[in-house]
Design a protein around this ligand. Structure first.
Ligand SMILES: NC(=O)C1=CN([C@@H]2O[C@H](COP(=O)(O)OP(=O)(O)OC[C@H]3O[C@@H](n4cnc5c(N)ncnc54)[C@H](OP(=O)(O)O)[C@@H]3O)[C@@H](O)[C@H]2O)C=CC1
Ligand SMILES: CC(=O)C(=O)O
Ligand SMILES: [Mg+2]
Length: 418
């Protein structure tokens, strides 16, 4: 098949193809150049840690890479905003998550793309390979299957299972939104929120906002069929939790008077009229990747009192789960956490929120070719290249893990003194 890629698309293909196909490889961490080293790395030396681990399974964290290795697992059913591309085509995204885990938090990743025809097929596969890993990052598995997969895996294995599109996204949305509302002079408790997308990201984000003080009755969830309301008989149990009693039906109805729009759905679904109908000083997070629900250019043309974020790196205010999963897993792995719970998620929210108020380091300004960046409408959340993320977020997550009793170890010796 001959395709006509644009210059920018061709650059993306070349980046992935050259100098070797793909974005990630394995690295050897021990010397293996002499007969002596070979006998330590392989037989006979390798038998000693095998016997140790067979006697004491926790020794796997000491003698293997288990404690620093995460599986990024998908079935390819909700790949970015591209939909169900299948397992194979999702691999560049999963390798990309591996790049971010390693670059930002030093965590190694195997990406696991599974051809699965049911939630149980994913659960059985992941449970069977779990001994290899210190954590499982579920990625781009569509709702509602993602909820069942995560719940069943949490019941079956004793390492953290974290669906990034649910909880990673929710954490970053919450941190960015709390800051944006402060700037707009609004309170989460009284805010009318319209969320377009009632899948993995939408449901989990609204649940976390409720845990942080948003009122369930102030949230209007919208899916392909319009507003999620109590008169509908096609709702799954997760959507039903947010069903409101209302005569309103369409996305346009849901946008009128809203203080906040969260888009976790698909490209170009919001028009100028909908934006214009929102309340004064609104917050608009159009987070579908790669194409947002509304382009920032259109939003700015329409009104100048909004705070706007996208999931992308090339506009101000990138609200994207890249700010979460590397640092959250770092904190969880460093204390041998058995789970990543809501308290750990909320600790990450507050750490990210607070960091946005601090002066921005020069290295970040250079990476973004900006002279200044300061807390305000165009800087509500730290940038992924901020070197303080790794200093601030993992300790906050680790502290919450220890306090809630899910940590296997105490405060890491290399963490800042408390
Ligand atoms: N910036 C970020 O960090 C992140 C962004 N996202 C983005 O969020 C989006 C959804 O991801 P995810 O939740 O994992 O996917 P899911 O498949 O789990 O959910 C998608 C949801 O979007 C709704 N939707 C899709 N297209 C439309 C449409 N044309 N009109 C109305 N509703 C629509 C679906 O409606 P229905 O239920 O009726 O099918 C569904 O509720 C993607 O675009 C993804 O890129 C996701 C995670 C992180
Ligand atoms: C960022 C991400 O995980 C997504 O768009 O699916
Ligand atoms: Mg994703």
């Amino acid at each position: 098949m001959t395709r006509n890629w644009t210059e920018e698309e061709q650059q993306a293909l070349d980046y992935h193809a050259q100098p070797v196909p793909g974005k990630i490889a394995t690295a050897v961490t021990k010397p293996c150049e002499t007969q002596r080293e070979l006998s330590l790395a392989y037989t006979p030396g390798v038998a000693v840690p095998v016997r140790a681990i067979a006697e004491e399974p926790l020794d796997a964290y000491r003698y293997t890479n288990k404690g620093n290795l995460v599986a990024v697992v998908t079935d390819g059913t909700a790949v970015l905003g591209l939909g169900n591309t299948g397992a194979l085509a999702s691999k560049p995204v999963m390798e990309g998550k591996g790049v971010l885990f390693k670059t930002f938090a030093g965590i190694d990743v195997f990406d696991i793309e599974i051809d699965a025809d049911s939630p149980d097929a994913i659960v059985d596969t992941v449970a069977a390979i779990a001994p290899t890993f210190g954590g499982i990052n579920l990625e781009d598995i569509a709702a509602p299957h993602c909820f069942e997969v995560e719940r069943k895996l949490k019941e079956r294995i004793d390492i953290p299972v974290f669906h990034d599109d649910q909880h990673g996204t929710a954490i970053i949305i919450a941190a960015g939104l709390l800051n944006a509302l402060d700037i707009q002079g609004k309170s989460i408790h009284a805010t009318q929120i319209t969320c377009l997308g009632a899948g993995a990201a939408g449901i989990a984000s609204m649940e976390l906002l409720v845990a942080l003080g948003a009122r369930r009755e102030n949230i209007m969830l919208v899916d392909r069929r319009g507003i999620v309301h109590t008169g509908r008989d096609d709702l799954n149990a997760y959507k039903r939790e947010f069903a409101v009693e209302t005569g309103r039906r369409t996305l346009a109805d849901a946008m009128a008077g809203a203080d906040v729009f969260i888009g976790v759905s698909g490209p170009d679904l919001v028009d100028a009229g909908m934006l214009a109908s929102m309340a004064p000083r609104p917050v608009v997070f159009a987070l579908s990747n790669p194409v947002p629900e509304v382009r920032p250019e259109l939003a700015r043309e329409t009104r100048n009192d909004l705070i706007m974020a996208t999931g992308r790196s090339d506009y101000p205010n990138q609200v994207n789960n890249v700010l979460g999963f590397p640092f959250i897993f770092r904190g969880a792995l460093d204390v041998g956490a058995r789970a990543i719970n809501t308290e750990m998620a909320i600790a990450a929210v507050h750490a990210l929120k607070a960091l946005a108020h601090e002066p921005v380091p020069d290295s970040v300004l250079e990476a973004y070719e900006q002279e200044t960046m300061k807390f305000g409408p165009d800087y509500i959340i730290p940038k992924p290249f901020d070197p303080r993320l790794i200093e601030n977020v993992p300790p906050a997550v680790a502290r919450a893990a220890i306090d809630t009793g899910v940590a296997r170890y105490g405060w890491p010796a290399h963490y800042p003194q408390q």
